[in-house]
Design a binder for this molecule. Structure first.
Ligand code: SF4
Length: 219
């Protein structure tokens, strides 16, 4: 049994009050840079990504720029982050796709976005929501964990099922902001290993918090 729409919105409102200013922490100046930044962010912190994109975005402005060099040159700019070899390769594949299919521009609709090399559902949703202001709710590791801990979604749900549940329970005009607020809540409060249940305003209604309380883990 998961939470009702009403209960879900009450909890989302509490989280919204805690993080009213939540927004994307990745640095970018246009949809192309944002897409590259999101690709780079897999299994890496936004801070780590911002550290490398400063130099990367100064050197490479267009898809053609990324294709004009050997992949090792791109690697040299991003080698402090995880999976950098794969990510460098994917950036070049993405750029090739952009030039061949979309005139070098990032498309502003879901189907075209996920047709791009290296762009999955989560990346497409982040780009649509952040760069194009389209209501979407991207499910990353934080959004998935929080939704499950609070009982909004089932523990066994896939990221896609979590996304569908959130879209059913939250009105579309709140999707984009809620995405960022859940990420901040997960990053700074309900952390994966050490959630701050002892000072959580949702402790009473949170099924994970209650479980932890019974086990004596809330101190
Ligand atoms: S009670 Fe604990 S597990 Fe539940 S939302 Fe709060 S911090 Fe997270």
């Amino acid at each position: 049994m998961t939470t009702s729409k009403k209960k879900t919105m009450e909890m989302i409102d509490v989280i919204a009050e805690m993080f009213p200013e939540a927004e994307a922490e990745l640095n970018y100046t246009n949809p192309f840079e944002l897409t590259i930044a999101v690709l780079l962010s897999a299994q890496t912190t936004d801070i780590g990504v911002n550290r490398v994109t400063k130099g990367l975005f100064e050197r490479f402005k267009t898809p053609e720029d990324y294709l004009a060099v050997d992949v090792e040159v791109i690697e040299s700019y991003i080698k402090t982050i995880g999976l950098y070899r794969n990510k460098a390769k994917n950036i070049q594949k993405l750029c090739r796709d952009l030039i061949e299919k979309f005139n070098g521009e990032i498309p502003n609709n879901y189907d075209d976005l996920i047709s791009l090399a290296g762009v999955g559902r989560k990346t497409a949703n982040v780009v649509l929501s952040v760069a194009f202001d389209t209501p979407r709710i991207a499910v990353d590791t934080h959004v998935e964990r929080i939704s499950k801990r609070l009982g909004i979604a089932r523990y066994k749900d896939s990221p896609l099922e979590v996304e569908e549940t959130l879209m059913r329970k939250i009105p579309p005009e709140r999707w984009s902001k809620t995405h960022h607020q859940l990420i901040f809540f997960g990053r700074y409060h309900c952390l994966a290993r050490a959630p701050k249940c002892h000072e959580c305003p949702l402790l009473e209604e949170c099924r994970e918090g209650q479980k932890r309380l019974k086990k004596g883990l809330v101190k």
